[in-house]
Design a protein around this ligand. Structure first.
Ligand SMILES: Nc1ncnc2c1ncn2[C@@H]1O[C@H](COP(=O)(O)OP(=O)(O)OP(=O)(O)O)[C@@H](O)[C@H]1O
Ligand SMILES: [Mg+2]
Length: 346
């Protein structure tokens, strides 16, 4: 087969395996977001109703009443508690691959992003799954993928604020090592839980869950001074009524900031002194949490002592990770993959 013919038979995939959602892009134009959840029928009636043995994504949440739900990722890494967790992870990845519509005879080559400092055993477990499902696969760190996609591989700092983890990475023109990457466990989910508690403390009797708190945060979440009063309809004793929650939203979003600032400061010091100005003027915010109102301004002010700070958000917080992974998959000859990330048999 000629080189081009072989290229045409290769399906390249970029996958960002997230705690709350998994995204995928292919070299043939597929682009999908799937909630990172798998549902299994509770009993034989569920099997009959569904006519299948599992459901992945939003549909699983909708039909939760007759399903057992499994969220295969926790705090940004694969749950390893039981065989069922591993199975759920496999089914999630398999589902995402199927959305790329592979054809018989295709060679599937995929790059999968994981949190910056996922444990070695965890990476190996993930690799075993991807190796089973694809012809060639590699696992790389999430912020590195974002940096690759934006062509910011040198003198930049990537801050990826997800649901389970905040991943911060110093890009120095080489594959980031362990001292250049930090994973923080307090991220979006932590803000949601805090906000739900804060609201129920301020308004006892109001019905609030972390899922509802997340919706409020996604719409109104802010850092620094509030831009407006936040008033939302909340139900108490079943009846929706307006409640003012400006202070609660601000306090909840604030809970993740000190760690983020402290760890960016820590990573600035891993650059050579003559590169530090460049690094602080190239701070990139990615992940869903990068959309918090005022976050860029807050970081600019907090880091002002370190030089001419410039903080930018990625233009697409949902797809920037998997877009970078796909770019890497298509640009980097497969023979080199084992120099960049972790591969089995590479
Ligand atoms: N506009 C917004 N403002 C604040 N937070 C938001 C906004 N939109 C989404 N988020 C939050 O971003 C998080 C999801 O981001 P993302 O999809 O990057 O996470 P993930 O990749 O699934 O998680 P992780 O990287 O930790 O595994 C959720 O906590 C969500 O509430
Ligand atoms: Mg993520």
């Amino acid at each position: 087969m000629s080189n081009t013919a072989e290229q045409n038979r290769t399906l390249f995939l970029g996958i960002d395996l997230g705690t709350s959602r998994t995204t995928m892009m292919s070299n043939r134009g597929a682009q999908e977001v799937v909630r990172s959840v798998v549902g299994y029928p509770k009993d034989i009636i569920g099997v009959k109703l569904l006519d299948k043995t599992n459901i992945v994504g939003d549909e699983a949440l909708e039909k939760r009443s007759y399903l057992n739900l499994h969220f295969p990722l926790e705090d940004g890494v694969l749950k390893e508690a039981s065989e069922k967790d591993t199975q759920a992870a496999r089914e999630l990845i398999q589902h995402v691959i199927s959305l790329a519509n592979p054809q018989p005879g295709d060679k599937i080559c995929g790059i999968v992003g994981v949190p910056a400092r996922a444990s070695i055993s965890n990476k190996n477990q993930l690799l075993r799954i991807t190796d089973e499902l694809m012809d060639f696969s590699m696992v790389v760190s999430e912020p590195f993928m974002v940096a690759y996609g934006l062509n910011k591989l040198t003198n930049s700092i990537i801050v990826d604020i997800g649901a389970g983890t905040v991943d911060i990475c110093a890009m120095k023109g080489t594959i980031p090592g362990s001292e250049e990457q930090i994973t923080l466990m307090k991220a979006g989910n932590h803000v949601d839980t805090f906000l739900a508690t804060a609201i129920s403390e301020s308004y006892p009797g109001v019905q609030i869950t972390p899922a509802l708190a997340q919706k409020i945060k996604d719409q109104y979440g802010y850092v620094g001074q509030p831009r407006q009063d936040i008033v939302v309809n909340l139900r108490s004793e079943g009846k929706p009524q307006p409640h003012e929650i400006t202070k609660e939203v601000g306090a909840a979003c604030n809970t993740i900031l000190a760690d983020i600032v402290e760890n960016i400061e820590q990573l600035i010091t891993v650059f050579d002194p003559e590169d530090q100005d460049d690094a602080v003027s190239n701070i990139i915010l990615a992940g869903g949490g990068s959309r918090l109102i005022g976050l860029d301004e807050f970081l600019t002010v907090s880091l002002a002592d370190y030089g001419p700070v410039n903080v930018v958000r990625v233009s697409d917080a949902v797809f920037s990770g998997c877009a970078g992974a796909l770019k890497m998959a298509t640009e980097l000859p497969v023979d080199y993959w084992n120099q960049v990330g972790d591969v089995i048999g590479g």
